[in-house]
Design a protein around this ligand. Structure first.
Ligand SMILES: CC(C)(COP(=O)(O)OP(=O)(O)OC[C@H]1O[C@@H](n2cnc3c(N)ncnc32)[C@H](O)[C@@H]1OP(=O)(O)O)[C@@H](O)C(=O)NCCC(=O)NCCS
Length: 449
């Protein structure tokens, strides 16, 4: 028997293969959403000290391969500390900042140089049978950051401690456009030719803001933003984050990190994430799953419900396809959704459409039909179906409608619980009666608004 005669396999060989395929498909919307975006990823020297650099570089290489533009900012606090100890120099801090005297500056330069080389070396791996096989990643470092001295504050001279004055956006953009990863050390340079020791968080925030990056991802010790009761805040709007800071609800480290995330979002960065350093693969979980693993801050409300636009057609088709395939919803071809996009309300999370509903008004009888109500199976049972219903009801009321109806084959009980009552096909607007599919035998339910 030759290959052409062999029967085609109809199912995958094993459950683990099927699981793999399902998992990869689940990740696909995030891959599409992140491609071509610019992320600034910042981590403290503690990550290197904890022996996690290699694993992070593997994950960053994967992001790079998916077409994400990466700027990496590293810290060096524990390494500078170790160098100072080695030289027997005492470390001095004030106002939560290091006072960088000449000896400390030397240590900062040595630490940054060593870390930079370690990171470049890690990105140069390419051994077969490792996550870096075939990677061939180019990394550039340079004088991208202009700094100025912090100066004298309350009588304390911070000497070579600096803050970011300017970021060479053009140079970074050019490098990113050339498919290169940009690596920035926590040192900035002044027009007088001096080097200044920067806070890694300040450098990353300012670079992300200057680039108008899509994301700033801060990898730090701890586990996201938790309030005093230990509750993790998975998502916060800038307004909520500012309230937490103002109410003094957070421990010192959380407040310190959150301050930078808020600053980034305020200055035009799309989203800012804080993720735990101690968790292997945290950046992948944060970027490719709905709930993530740390805290995400955004300028607007995250799980945003809004009216659909033409850009949402692809996302809607993806959401509705499985429900159409199993007969829960009637099939809507792409052209129909394109034409009727104004009728849809969508739920979007970080660029991915995960819920929708549509309103079709029949103004002559002051009725409206709610159709295509769907919430992605992974995100059901969190009240989103109900939120969509409320939004459609509000849209209907605003359009002067007094009754809302649905046609459903499998979800009658969900609607009955939410104020709909059974009705007959004859109770529908005449136009809709004519389109009623007697084969499908949907149940008619009506709610008075
Ligand atoms: C119906 C649907 C939109 C609800 O979304 P959701 O975000 O899970 O909704 P909520 O969180 O507001 O409600 C969850 C509740 O509804 C219940 N529920 C879900 N599907 C149901 C169904 N088919 N029949 C009865 N109850 C249902 C859940 O058990 C849960 O009950 P609980 O509150 O007692 O725990 C979602 O299940 C879905 O997309 N289903 C497939 C598409 C569909 O049937 N659409 C309606 C076509 S007319």
């Amino acid at each position: 028997m030759n290959d052409a005669d062999a029967p085609l396999p109809t199912a995958l060989a094993s459950a683990s293969q099927a699981q793999f395929v399902a998992w990869l498909r689940e990740v696909a919307p995030y891959v599409h959403a992140h491609r071509g975006k610019t992320f600034v990823v910042a981590f403290g020297g503690e990550l290197i000290e904890a022996g996690r650099l290699n694993a992070l570089v593997h994950d960053l290489s994967l992001l790079h391969a998916m077409g994400i533009r990466l700027v990496i900012v590293h810290g060096s606090r524990p390494q500078v500390q170790a160098q100072l100890a080695l030289k027997g120099v005492e470390a001095r801090f004030s106002h939560g900042m290091r006072i960088t005297d000449a000896a400390a500056l030397e240590c900062a330069k040595e630490a940054a140089g060593e870390i930079r080389l370690d990171i470049e070396a890690a990105f140069s791996q390419g051994l077969p049978n490792t996550p870096m096989a075939h990677a061939r990643i180019r990394v550039v470092s340079g004088n991208f950051v202009t700094a100025r001295p912090v100066g004298v504050v309350d009588g304390v001279d911070f000497q070579h401690t600096g803050v970011v004055r300017k970021v060479d956006v053009e140079a970074i953009r050019q490098a990113l456009a050339a498919d290169t990863i940009v690596l920035v050390s926590p040192l900035g340079f002044s027009p007088t030719g001096e080097a200044f020791n920067l806070r890694m968080e300040d450098a990353a925030t300012r670079i992300a803001a200057a680039l108008k990056a899509d994301k700033l991802i801060l990898i730090a010790e701890g586990a996201g933003i938790r309030d005093r009761s230990g509750r993790l805040h998975e998502e916060l709007s800038v307004a909520q984050a500012e309230r937490l800071l103002a109410d003094n609800e957070l421990d010192a480290a959380s407040a310190f990190n959150l301050g930078f995330l808020v600053q980034a979002c305020r200055q035009g960065v799309g989203r800012a994430h804080l993720i735990p350093l101690a968790l292997d693969g945290a950046i992948l979980v944060e970027l490719f799953t709905h709930d993530g693993v740390g805290t995400m801050i955004s300028a607007e409300d995250l799980a945003s419900m809004r009216e659909a636009t033409a850009d949402d057609v692809g996302g809607l088709l993806k959401l509705l396809a499985p429900l159409e395939a199993d007969g829960t919803l009637v099939k809507r071809p792409r052209e129909l959704i394109e034409r009727e996009i104004d009728h849809f309300t969508v739920l979007e999370h970080d660029g991915v459409i995960y819920g929708c509903a549509a309103l079709y008004p029949f103004p002559e009888v002051q009725m409206g039909e709610m159709a295509a109500l769907a919430v992605h199976p992974d995100y059901q049972n969190h009240g989103d179906g109900e939120r969509l219903l409320k939004r459609i009801e509000a849209r209907a009321r605003a359009a002067g409608l007094t009754r809302l109806f649905v046609l459903t084959t499998r979800t009658a009980h969900w609607f009955l619980k939410r104020g709909f009552v059974p009705a007959r096909v004859e109770d529908l607007p005449l136009q809709r009666q004519q389109l009623y599919n007697w084969q499908r035998r949907s149940q008619v339910l009506i709610k008075t608004l």
